[in-house]
Design a protein around this ligand. Structure first.
Ligand code: CTP
Length: 441
C-alpha cells in the first residue's frame, strides 16, 4: 500500500468506525499511543488490545485513558468470557501497530496464542498490519514469507520505514509514522465500504429500503422471578438483520434476544409479546420489508403476580390469555409494495402447516424449518429451511450457517419485490434458481 501524504489524507471514513488497535511488544509500542490518539481524534471508536509483551513497553493505563473503551489484555476477560469474538465481530477494522515478527508469524500460521492472535483469527473485518522490528528480522526469509502470506490473504500492510532503530542501529524496520498508519486505516475502511456496497448491489440489493426484523423468544412474566419462554435464541433474526444491513437496507431489529447488536443496525430491545407487538406495529407503516423471525408467545398470564409465588401457597392457577398475532395483524395492515415474511418452526407435517399459516396470516413468504431435524433451528449455529412463496413456489435451502440462510431469505424478498411488475416475474424465477451466495464477509 502506498503511503499517503498524511496532510492531505481524508480521515472521514474513520468517523464512527469501530477499530481494534492491536499493539505488540516492541519499542515502537510507544508510537501506538499516538496512533490511538489520532484514530480517536478522527472520530473512531477504538479498543486497544495489548499483548503481554506490549505491556512491558507501555502501560495499559495509558491506552485505557486515551481509548474509547478500556484496553484489553486477557484472552479470558474478567467481564467477558470470550472477548476475542466480541472484539473481532464488532470491529470495522483491526490495526496492528507495531506488529512484531512473532505476531506476524502467528497470524500467518493461524495460531491464536493470546487475545490479539485470537481476535485476528475471529474477525471478518479488514486488517491492517504495521510491522516494526530490527532490519535483520525484517529481512529474514521467514518474516518475508509470512508477510507475503498475509498480503495474499487480503491483509493490508504498511511497510516499515528506514531510520533509527532501538539500540542506535539504522536501517529498515522502523514503524511507519502514526500519520501514515492512520491515513492507511482510513483508506482501507473507505475501500471496504465501497466493496461492501458493490457486493450488496451485485446480488439482490436492498439499497434504500427500510427493513424491520423481529428476533428472539418473548418472555411473559408469571411473577417477579418466573416467566413463560421458548427455545428461540434470536440468532436467525440477528443474522437476517446483519445481512440486510450489509445489502444496503436501513434496518431496525426488534429483538427479545440478549445477543449483541449486529453492525449498522438500529436495535430495539423488548421482552414481552406486547412490547414486541408495539415495537413492530408502530414501525410497520414506514417499512418496505418486515421479517417476523421472532418466536412470539401465543399466550400470556392475564396477570403477573407482583410478589413471588411460593410453594406453600399451593400449585398456582395461571390464567392465560392470547397475545396479538403480530404477523396476522401486519398482513391486515399491509400497504402496497410491502413484503411481509413469516417464520414457522414445526415438528410435524411442516410444509402443510406452514402453507396454512402463510395463507391465514397473509404473508408473502413463509420460512419453515423442521426443528426436529439434527442441527436445525433453535440453539444451533446452522439451519435448514424451505421458503414458501404466497404465489405458489417454494425454495429449499439445505443445512447452512444462519447467515447463509438469511441471504437466501433476503434473495426471496428481492424476488417478490421484482415480481410486482410482470417484467419482474422472470427475474424472480431466475433468482429462485440462483445459488444463495449469502457468503460471509
Ligand atoms: N407470530 C406473531 N405473533 C404471535 C405468534 C406468532 O407474529 N403472537 C408470528 C411469528 O413471528 C412467525 C409466525 O407468526 O413469523 C408463525 O409463528 P408460529 O408460532 O409458528 O404460529 P402460530 O400461529 O402461533 O401457530 P402454532 O399454533 O403452530 O404455534
Amino acid at each position: 500500500m502506498t503511503p499517503d501524504s498524511p496532510e492531505r489524507a481524508d480521515l472521514s471514513p474513520l468517523a464512527g468506525a469501530r477499530v481494534v488497535l492491536g499493539v505488540s511488544g516492541g519499542i515502537a509500542a510507544y508510537k501506538a499511543v499516538e496512533v490511538l490518539r489520532r484514530l480517536v481524534e478522527a472520530g473512531a471508536h477504538v479498543v486497544p488490545v495489548l499483548t503481554e509483551a506490549a505491556t512491558r513497553f507501555v502501560g495499559v493505563a495509558t491506552f485505557s485513558a486515551l481509548a474509547s473503551e478500556p484496553a484489553e489484555t486477557e484472552l479470558f476477560g474478567a467481564h467477558d468470557a470470550i472477548p476475542h469474538t466480541r472484539l473481532g465481530r464488532l470491529a470495522d477494522l483491526v490495526v496492528v501497530a507495531p506488529a512484531t515478527a512473532r505476531v506476524i508469524g502467528e497470524y500467518a500460521s493461524g495460531i491464536s496464542a493470546d487475545l490479539l492472535g485470537a481476535t485476528l483469527l475471529a474477525t471478518r473485518a479488514p486488517v491492517l498490519v504495521c510491522p516494526a522490528m530490527h532490519t535483520e528480522m525484517w529481512e529474514h526469509a521467514a518474516v518475508r514469507a509470512n508477510v507475503e502470506t498475509l498480503r495474499a490473504r487480503g491483509v493490508h500492510v504498511v511497510a516499515p520505514e528506514s531510520g533509527r532503530l532501538a539500540g542506535g542501529d539504522v536501517g529498515e524496520g522502523r514503524l511507519a509514522d502514526p500519520e501514515t498508519i492512520v491515513a492507511a486505516a482510513a483508506r482501507v475502511l473507505a475501500a471496504e465500504r465501497a466493496r461492501a456496497k458493490g457486493r450488496g448491489r451485485a446480488r439482490a440489493g436492498l439499497d434504500g429500503l427500510t427493513v424491520v426484523v423481529s428476533a428472539g423468544g418473548t418472555r411473559e412474566p408469571i411473577d417477579p422471578v418466573r416467566y413463560i419462554a421458548n427455545r428461540s435464541s434470536g440468532r436467525q433474526g440477528h443474522a437476517l438483520a446483519e445481512v440486510a444491513a450489509e445489502r444496503g437496507a436501513t434496518v431496525v431489529l426488534v429483538t427479545a434476544s440478549g445477543l449483541e447488536a449486529p453492525r449498522g443496525v438500529t436495535v430495539v430491545r423488548v421482552e414481552t409479546a406486547a412490547e414486541l407487538a408495539e415495537a413492530v406495529l408502530s414501525r410497520s407503516e414506514g417499512a418496505d420489508v418486515i421479517v417476523m423471525a421472532a418466536a412470539v408467545a401465543d399466550f400470556r398470564p392475564v396477570r403477573a403476580a407482583t410478589s413471588k409465588l411460593a410453594k406453600r401457597d399451593g400449585i398456582p392457577e395461571i390464567e392465560l390469555e392470547p397475545t396479538v398475532d403480530v404477523l396476522a395483524e401486519l398482513g391486515k395492515r399491509r400497504r402496497p409494495g410491502q413484503v411481509i415474511v413469516g417464520f414457522a418452526a414445526e415438528t410435524d407435517d411442516a410444509l402443510a402447516r406452514a402453507r396454512e399459516k402463510l395463507v391465514l396470516k397473509g404473508a408473502d413468504l413463509l420460512v419453515v424449518n423442521d426443528v426436529s431435524a439434527p442441527n436445525v433451528g433453535f440453539g444451533h449455529e446452522t439451519n435448514a429451511v424451505t421458503v414458501l412463496y404466497a404465489s405458489g413456489g417454494e425454495v429449499e435451502v439445505p443445512l447452512a450457517p444462519k447467515r447463509t440462510i438469511a441471504g437466501a431469505v433476503l434473495d426471496a424478498v428481492s424476488a417478490v419485490r421484482r415480481a410486482e411488475t410482470p417484467a419482474g416475474l422472470d427475474a424472480a424465477n431466475s433468482a429462485r434458481s440462483r445459488p444463495d451466495g449469502g457468503e460471509r464477509r
